[in-house]
Design a protein around this ligand. Sequence first.
Ligand SMILES: Nc1ncnc2c1ncn2[C@@H]1O[C@H](COP(=O)(O)OP(=O)(O)OP(=O)(O)O)[C@@H](O)[C@H]1O
Length: 260
Amino acid sequence: MAGTLLKVEGLSKTFGGLAAVRDLSFELREGEIVGLIGPNGAGKSTAFNMISGSLAPTAGKIVFAGEDITGRKPSHVVRHGLARTFQSATVYPKSTVQENIYRGALCHFDIPVWAQIARTSAYRDALDRVRHDVDKVLEITGLAAYRHEIAGELAYGHQKRIGVAIGLATNPRLLLLDEPAAGLNPEECAEFGRLLKTLRDEHRISLLFVEHHMALVMGTCEKIIVLVQGQKIAQGTAEEIRNSPAVIEAYLGVDEDAHA
Ligand SMILES: Nc1ncnc2c1ncn2[C@@H]1O[C@H](COP(=O)(O)OP(=O)(O)OP(=O)(O)O)[C@@H](O)[C@H]1O
């Protein structure tokens, strides 16, 4: 059985008096696709931001590939193989797809301008890592034919793939996706689900995503974690989550129709 890639233990975040995430613990095994769901304000983005390093936890621990990455910056965790995508479709809408992938992926490494000008070894390492993978990433995401097109002029579904391509170009073992299906039509959403499975099945990338689109979550994830008011109320397979009285009461009965 595959080993644990990500371990989250007792993770909490409070903003003033508000507990946005309370004592969240879960594991993601190598090769797993895990979905984090919950109603608006449940704490999904807060948890996601703590895991990807953009928000320091109030308490708890995050261990990735055996290393304690709690409170480490995104530019640190990305070097260890944990990358994230953003909700917005493209980073540079007026640039080509290929340029978006280069520049977007380099941003993850957070290399100051002076270091880029001086071409420090950190910059050259990041550049090599990104360059090495751009062709492969374009192929995987179905963007090879569009590499020289202007990103902002592509169909929305293709624009969303650029975000995934940017994350992939950092060469991750685990990719965190922030609402990848937001704004996609049902056909684009089904294609997106196939892309996620390909990433895992053929490219051995583990995935953790926050998503409101129930069909995508239920059809793609082996493990689903349900947050309500900052707390994990359930964890299990799609079947287990669908049949969980706590989930039905707290979440699905309210929101499923709105997002399915
Ligand atoms: N920077 C912040 N300062 C203060 N409160 C915050 C901050 N970020 C989030 N919160 C609060 O924490 C709670 C959890 O918010 P969060 O964005 O994590 O939920 P979510 O599950 O991602 O919601 P949505 O599905 O609407 O994106 C909410 O009550 C929110 O108002």
